[in-house]
Design a protein around this ligand. Structure first.
Ligand code: UD1
Ligand code: CA
Length: 449
């Protein structure tokens, strides 16, 4: 990659009224990550060394969120929305530091591909002063049209300012631009607002640069790159495209998805080769799956780490802090939270394991519950290697079962059980011969009367 310095200015001052939301538009998520964070990621992948976020509406909330997804980004407030050029100039201080390349991007265009940005930067390196990323939407209505003569971009005309002839052009402005840092401020300062909307249009720098004899070109990117999100229907559309891309990437990397269209990934899901994912599986944020894992249908995973050849589900729920070692098995209707299931341990059915360790090779019977919470605090359950916990047992934490401990089914265990001990925690069974029949007859005659 190039050693040229690069500032990415991401415009996100819009109100996003059509989202009908208390949350600023660009903080709505795609694959579990705010859409503006996807834009930041693309900028970083394209080599942006610094990020400037231009915010307005919901500035405080935006700043707080940005600390998480772009801790190194500078934030700049645009008080009044006077247009895209005006918005870029809100980051004047950052621009003035001097960069080789400046990438201008929109916070509400989350599917932008880093490769398209890289291509635009390459044109700057070749000597262009302004590079506009163009695309050909199914319908150009609403987009700025790219006006070219002899391979050079001469102007971008906003729809409202187009002549009838210009309106017929299908090649449109995707919104992203790469501008030479050497010229950026002078070009932006030259923008006026004499147009149909009375706004300072970023797109005007194309004509201004041409007027100065600078080199201006357009590149072309796929339609999806330019998909701007204005409402929740478009948000879902972008999510669908993102998921489709990610599923394909996973499959090409050696993951089997039996019904890919029913599997949902998060922005950070990691999944190893030869893992098989059955239909209807959801990966929330923070999931890392090694190779050769089987994830059966209808499982929900979040914040979980899963080692090689583990077996999960169907209908399993792995909550944050779940840590499955190699060949561990977590079966149907089992919930795991903040717990390590060590190698080869089995938690096969109808169980809650929270704040616990299940030692290697241990077997946890159906209906076992770690009682980890007393309404105030959480307590830890430590189950030793090779332990056997009989069905329908309650392990009242804090509690420790030694290696090889054996718990009789139906026990309520409140005291530690040493290594290899057998523990009963239930009343002894009493059997009264003939008493069942006697009871039945007594009840029957009482009801008849
Ligand atoms: C813009 C382009 C148009 C392009 C289209 C692609 C201009 C003048 N027009 O039009 O050529 O085809 O995007 O989607 O650039 N913003 C601010 N502050 C402002 C104005 C805008 O932060 O004062 C932000 C918005 O929040 C948004 C982005 O800039 O994220 C684009 O603004 P918008 O008003 O949506 O521009 P379009 O009319 O869609
Ligand atoms: Ca727009």
């Amino acid at each position: 990659m190039t050693s040229r310095t690069c500032l990415s200015i991401i415009l996100a001052a819009g109100e996003g009224t059509r989202m009908k939301s208390a949350l600023p538009k660009v903080l709505h998520q795609i694959a579990g990550l705010p859409m503006v964070a996807h834009v930041v990621k693309a900028a970083e992948t394209a080599g942006a060394t610094d990020i400037a976020l231009v915010i307005g509406h919901g500035a405080e909330e935006m700043r707080k969120a940005a600390e998480k997804f772009a801790p190194r980004a500078g934030t700049f407030v645009q008080d009044k929305r006077l247009g895209t050029a005006h918005a870029v100039l809100a980051a004047r201080e950052a621009l003035a530091k001097g960069y080789d390349d400046v990438l201008v991007m929109f916070g509400d265009t989350p599917l932008i591909d880093a490769a398209a940005l890289g291509e635009a930067r390459a044109k700057l390196a070749e000597g262009a002063a302004v590079v506009v990323i163009g695309f050909r939407p199914p319908s150009p209505a609403g987009y700025g049209r790219l006006i070219e003569t002899g391979g050079k971009l001469t102007a971008i005309r906003e729809e409202k300012d187009c002549t009838d002839e210009e309106r017929k052009i299908g090649f449109c402005n995707a919104g992203m631009m790469a501008v030479s840092g050497k010229h950026a401020l002078a070009l932006l300062d030259g923008v006026g607002n004499a147009n149909a909307k009375g706004e300072y249009y970023l797109t005007d720098i194309v004509e201004i640069a041409n007027g100065k004899g600078l080199d201006v070109v357009a590149t072309e990117a796929g339609y999806e790159n330019a998909l701007g999100i204005n409402n929740r229907a478009e948000l879902a559309e972008a999510e669908a495209i993102w998921q489709k891309r990610r599923r394909k990437e996973a499959m090409l990397a050696g993951v089997t998805l039996i019904a890919p269209e029913t599997v949902y990934f998060s922005f950070d899901t990691e999944i190893g080769q030869d893992t098989v994912v059955e239909p209807n599986v959801f990966f929330g944020p923070g999931v890392m799956i090694a190779s050769g894992v089987k994830i059966h249908a209808f499982s929900h995973l979040e914040g979980a780490t899963v080692a090689a050849n583990a077996d999960i589900g169907p209908y399993a729920r792995l909550r944050p802090g779940s840590d499955l070692a190699a060949k561990a098995k977590v079966g149907n209707f089992v919930e795991v939270k903040n717990a390590r299931i060590e190698a080869g341990a089995k938690v096969n059915h109808l169980t809650y394991i929270g704040d616990a360790r299940v030692g290697a090779g241990a077997n946890i019977g159906a209906g076992t519950i770690t009682c980890n919470y007393d309404g105030y605090s959480k307590f830890f359950t430590d189950i030793g290697a090779g332990a056997f916990v009989g069905s329908n047992s309650s392990l009242v934490a804090p509690i420790k079962l030694g290696d090889g401990a054996y718990i009789a089914s139906g026990s309520v265990i409140t005291e530690d059980v040493p290594e290899d001990a057998l523990a009963f925690g239930r009343a002894r069974q009493k059997t009264l011969p003939g008493k069942g029949k006697e009871l039945r007859e007594r009840r029957a005659s009482a009801v008849k009367k």
